[in-house]
Design a protein around this ligand. Structure first.
Ligand code: NAD
Length: 500
């Protein structure tokens, strides 16, 4: 098979072969299956707008079959009953296999979600690290823990729940798949994953890899499809034992309502409108550089990004000039291009959304500091490219309050520490803020007062395995990810007690 070249990069033969499949079916009970009504949808390369693949659009009865397959695997396959160390052998093999296929999955991810190749590779590595982290964590976990209480013999016994549902967005498809299935599988649960319709390919690829290395059929089921049908059917399914949703607050609310109706525990990881609080003792070029990198990281399509830059009055102009200079220099290009620093946004819908917020913000009185707008990339006429933009003014502006999900930051100034904290917390969201200062005592004090799940110091987008990552307010509920607490969420506890 001849291989194509995109943005100067030859597609790997394995990627070409994977993409050339006529229809990418779901993976249910270890079998690749098409939708019951034969329906399909297309995914596209956001860098060129060209079709990448045709994918099965799973219907409600297909979703029921996937949950039944996960239940069957839970009941019958040699998975849940395996001791943690033996299940760990499978999980380590999964991580190793993903590592061996890293370049292939990187290219698939980069093409499917428009993420520059280096960042896509980091996401694949993060999946590997997540699986290994939870695999190791579970080895030291007691599944029957005695509790010293007067007059009683008591213990807590932990069990896996059963089939768990995962609904995933398009911005970090593979990484978030790992954050979900990693802890769930380590604890002995089985999984039904609904990837976003824009980016289903890497998740389907890993389901095939899992089958190849002997993870029992039905432990990982992947059901691609559109949100309103496949996602809604999964969130309404009464036979799941847990649900994890990552995405927008609007859809999260619907999923929570459905799960609430069925009394199924649900974890929501939602959007954000993070702030960076920048004090006047920072190294201005360095802080401006790091924040410019943060807002252009995956073209600003990052839930925890710093989208409100709150700068102490005394350095406001200097910081603004440094940031403008840095953002103007960002190299926009196809995600596979060697020189590309920022790729496209994921879709035409997202392109319109970003440009729409620039217009709405300006119409509501925001000052346009750096214009942004649509960008053109040579030989990629159909791509969804935007330039970085900076707005400034009142924090009541729509562009300062709502999640844009593009490379757009909003600048405002503050006088002193208490005002900086108050402005950072004055939002409906509560995912992640950062504080920037050379005074580390002040940094710790400010970061601890954020009404957000995460407070970062002299850096932004810092997610580390072992440190809880979760949102509060409109940014999430029901637990977080990547820590011991996450693993414990995937156990059902029985308190066993005998009066003495
Ligand atoms: P989205 O809410 O539109 O979609 C997320 C998923 O839900 C997709 O798989 C989609 O198909 C599915 N879905 C859509 N309608 C549904 C319905 N009616 N019922 C059930 N499922 C449905 O979000 P998006 O646009 O894909 O992703 C961007 C959002 O995700 C942003 O708000 C971002 O901040 C958030 N996000 C949060 C985190 C976090 O960790 N907190 C991480 C990544 C993204």
């Amino acid at each position: 098979m001849s291989t194509r070249t995109i943005a100067g990069q030859a597609l790997l033969p394995e990627v070409e072969a994977f993409l050339s499949k006529e229809i990418h079916g779901a993976v249910i009970g270890g079998q690749e299956v098409l939708a019951s009504d034969g329906g399909t949808f297309e995914t596209h390369d956001p860098g060129t707008g060209e079709k990448l693949a045709t994918v099965a659009n799973m219907q409600t009865d297909d979703v029921e079959r996937a949950v039944a397959a996960a239940q069957k695997a839970f009941d019958e396959a040699d998975w849940t009953r395996l001791p943690s160390n033996e299940r760990g052998v499978h999980l380590m093999r999964l991580a190793d296999t993903v590592e061996q296929h890293k370049l292939i999955i990187t290219q698939i991810e980069s093409l499917d979600c428009g993420k520059i190749a280096a960042q896509a590779e980091d996401d694949i590595q993060n999946f590997i690290d997540t699986v290994r982290y939870f695999c190791n964590l579970v080895q030291g976990l007691s599944l029957d823990t005695a509790i010293p209480v007067a007059g009683h013999e008591a213990s807590v016994v932990r069990h896996a729940w059963g089939p768990c549902g995962f609904i995933v967005p398009w911005n970090f498809p593979f990484l978030l798949c790992g954050w979900g299935i990693g802890p769930a599988m380590a604890a002995g649960n089985t999984c039904v994953v609904k990837p976003a319709e824009d980016t289903p390919l890497s998740t389907l690829y890993v389901a095939h890899l899992a089958k190849e290395i002997g993870i029992p059929d039905g432990v990982i089921n992947v059901i691609p499809g559109v949100g309103e049908v496949t996602g809604a059917a999964l969130s309404k399914n009464p036979n799941l034992c847990r649900m994890s949703f990552t995405g927008s607050p609007e859809v999260g609310r619907m999923v929570a309502r459905d799960c609430g109706h069925n009394l199924i525990p649900v974890k929501l990881e939602l959007g954000g409108k993070g702030a960076a609080v920048i004090f006047d003792d920072v190294d201005i070029p360095e802080a401006a550089d790091k924040l410019a990198q943060a807002i252009t990281f995956h073209t600003g399509q990052v839930c925890c990004d710093a989208t409100r830059w709150l700068v102490q009055k005394t350095i406001y102009d200097d910081f603004l000039n440094a940031a403008v200079e840095r953002l103007k220099a960002v190299q926009i290009g196809h995600p596979l291009g060697q020189a590309t620093q920022m790729g496209p946004v994921v879709s035409e819908v997202q392109h319109k959304r970003v440009l729409g917020y620039l217009e709405k913000g300006a119409a509501a009185g925001a000052e346009t500091v750096l214009e942004g707008g649509a960008a053109q990339v040579e030989d990629c006429a159909g791509g969804h490219y935007v330039k970085p933009a900076l707005l400034a003014g009142s924090l009541d502006n729509v562009a300062a309050r709502e999640e844009i999900f593009g490379p757009v930051a909003y600048l405002a100034s503050f006088s002193d520490e208490s005002e900086g904290i108050r402005l950072a917390n004055n939002t409906d969201y509560g995912l992640a803020n950062s504080v920037w200062s050379s005074d580390l005592v002040r940094c710790k004090r400010v970061a601890s007062q954020f009404e957000a799940g995460n407070g970062w110091i002299n850096s932004h987008n810092v997610v580390v395995h072992g440190v809880p990552y979760a949102g509060v307010k409109k940014s999430g509920m029901g637990g977080g990810v990547v820590s011991l607490e996450t693993l414990l969420d995937y156990y059902r506890n029985v308190s066993v007690i005998r009066p003495l």
